[in-house]
Design a protein around this ligand. Structure first.
Ligand code: NAG
Length: 480
């Protein structure tokens, strides 16, 4: 096991050597930095590039109490979803049409998976097929419990612990006859191997190339809609041919080409019916007392709802520091929905060879304390000017950091008239809620009046998605 900087440098060098892939693709470094593997590969088949020693980077080196959740009841609930029955009438049951994406990424950070889960659900819906929803397999360096406490070598979490809605087997809209999503285990039952048509991404992706997102979507929609077979399994190309063999791959999520999908995706029932899971909702609610305004009574009427008075900001450092340097050097754009051009903070990388290129990007990807304070100041002032609200006095910091730097930031913010100042570390969570604590933070950020995120982050992008779908104004969504 090698120390982290070695890995990062090594990975960067290998990636940076591949200039032919175009600069905007460098966002994958953030993914690499989280130690990913693809679903269909056994460890001994792993290509050299993604083998970061996940274990050595685990945040969980000490035993923690409570131990990991078993999710016994939630697994049973998922298994017993009503659509998991051969007797359901068409378009479900034994006559139904299904698509499984065996080419989905696994053991990646949850938010990279979530992007794919949502877009694949939308594609399946538009193709009139039931989406086969995956179980989340942890990137081991993100898992909260050390190896000695784990219930299994490769920890898994039911998708329904993170999200609710059609993507995870929930209902479509009233009167919508679309088939509900089913589990991977149910796919094995309802789609025996003999009835599956295999679609290998090798046979589709090279023809589409680096097309606009909507073109990629339309190509797959036609293929999945017109196929006469009831059951489809989309399988990945060989790693040597395509190291990101997803339908909507990282090259797309890291490029403005994704934006042509925003209109249809944001209005789709996949987006509008996406909901917070009950486990996450319960975690947010039980901690609500922390957010109650504690400052002086404001001079004008102020809402009682603490989220209407809240600014939430995502401060992630640690592994981001080095990833940011590589991204900056590479000239990477923002990630996914963070690139939407109507959002107030747009970032355009300086061209190759420009002397300030790295420095300029670092100012946004890994902002200094002063830059963060200025952003909080500006975001608050501009929002108050533009909105009906006159009070923004609750500050929530989403962070996995516990260092002196964070203490310094908190000390500086305490001088800025925030009556209530809370960080992720103060939340009281049970085992299941600890397991999905990233989603708990995301939900608080979704509710907050104003959100400041990191433009290169998929975590931020998924928060931006829900905020916009729920009608929050662009000026309430800021990036460093
Ligand atoms: C996809 O096609 C390639 C090229 O024909 C093949 O080598 C690979 O094994 C296929 N993938 C799967 C999962 O069957």
């Amino acid at each position: 096991m090698l120390p982290r900087p070695y890995h990062i440098r090594n990975v960067c060098r290998r990636i940076l050597d591949r200039r032919s892939y175009a600069p905007l693709l460098a966002l994958l470094l953030l993914v690499l930095a989280s130690g990913f593997l693809f679903s269909n590969r056994r460890p001994d088949e792993l290509p050299p590039l993604p083998v970061l020693s996940a274990e050595s980077e685990s945040p969980a080196s000490v035993l923690r109490s409570p131990g990991p959740p078993t999710y016994a009841k939630l697994w049973a609930w998922e298994q017993a979803l009503p659509q998991h029955s051969l007797d359901m009438p068409y378009p479900e049951g034994k006559e139904g049409r299904y698509v499984r994406y065996s080419n989905m990424a696994r053991r990646l950070g949850f938010n990279n998976i979530l992007n794919e889960v949502l877009m694949n659900t939308h594609l399946s819906y538009m193709s009139k097929r039931a989406f086969v929803f995956p179980t989340y397999h942890w990137a081991l360096n993100h898992y909260q419990w050390p190896p000695s406490q784990r219930l299994e070598e490769q920890p898994k979490t039911p998708l329904n612990a993170f999200i609710s809605g059609p993507s995870a087997g929930g209902l479509w809209g009233e009167g919508d006859n679309a088939p509900r999503s089913v589990s991977e285990a149910w796919y094995e039952v309802v789609c025996p191997e003999s009835e599956r048509r295999i679609i290998n991404t090798t046979d589709v992706k090279p023809q589409i190339g680096a097309a606009e997102g909507d073109k990629i979507f339309a190509t797959w929609q036609k293929l999945l809609s017109e196929a006469p077979e009831r059951c489809i399994d989309v399988v990945p190309a060989l790693y040597e041919a395509d190291n990101f063999p997803q339908v909507f791959d990282l090259w797309l999520w890291g490029s403005p080409r994704i934006l042509s999908l925003w209109d249809s995706f944001s209005k789709s029932p996949t987006s509008t019916l996406l909901q917070t899971s009950p486990i996450v909702e319960a975690a947010v609610n039980r901690n609500r007392y922390l957010f109650h305004p504690r400052g002086p009574r404001p001079p004008h009427p102020a809402p009682h709802d603490p989220y209407k008075r809240m600014l939430a900001m995502h401060v992630r450092r640690g592994d981001y520091q080095q990833a940011c340097e590589a991204l900056a050097d590479f000239g990477s754009t923002f990630y996914g929905w963070n690139m939407l051009p109507f959002l107030p903070d747009v970032f355009t990388p300086l061209p190759h060879g420009h002397p300030d290129r790295v420095e300029r990007a670092m100012e946004h990807c890994s902002p200094s304390l002063d830059a963060i304070l200025t952003k909080v100041h500006v975001a608050r002032a501009e929002y108050l000017r533009a909105s009906q609200t006159k009070t923004l006095d609750v500050l929530y910091i989403l962070t996995n950091e516990r260092d002196e730097w964070l203490e310094e930031l908190l000390a500086a913010l305490r001088k800025e008239n925030w009556g209530t100042l809370v960080t992720s570390h103060e939340l009281e969570l049970d085992a299941e809620q600890i397991d999905v604590s990233g989603a708990v933070d995301m939900d608080i950020a979704r509710r907050a009046a104003v959100f400041i995120g990191n433009g290169w982050s998929s975590f931020t992008s998924n928060i931006v998605h829900r905020r916009l779908v729920e009608g929050k104004i662009p000026l309430s969504i800021r990036f460093y």
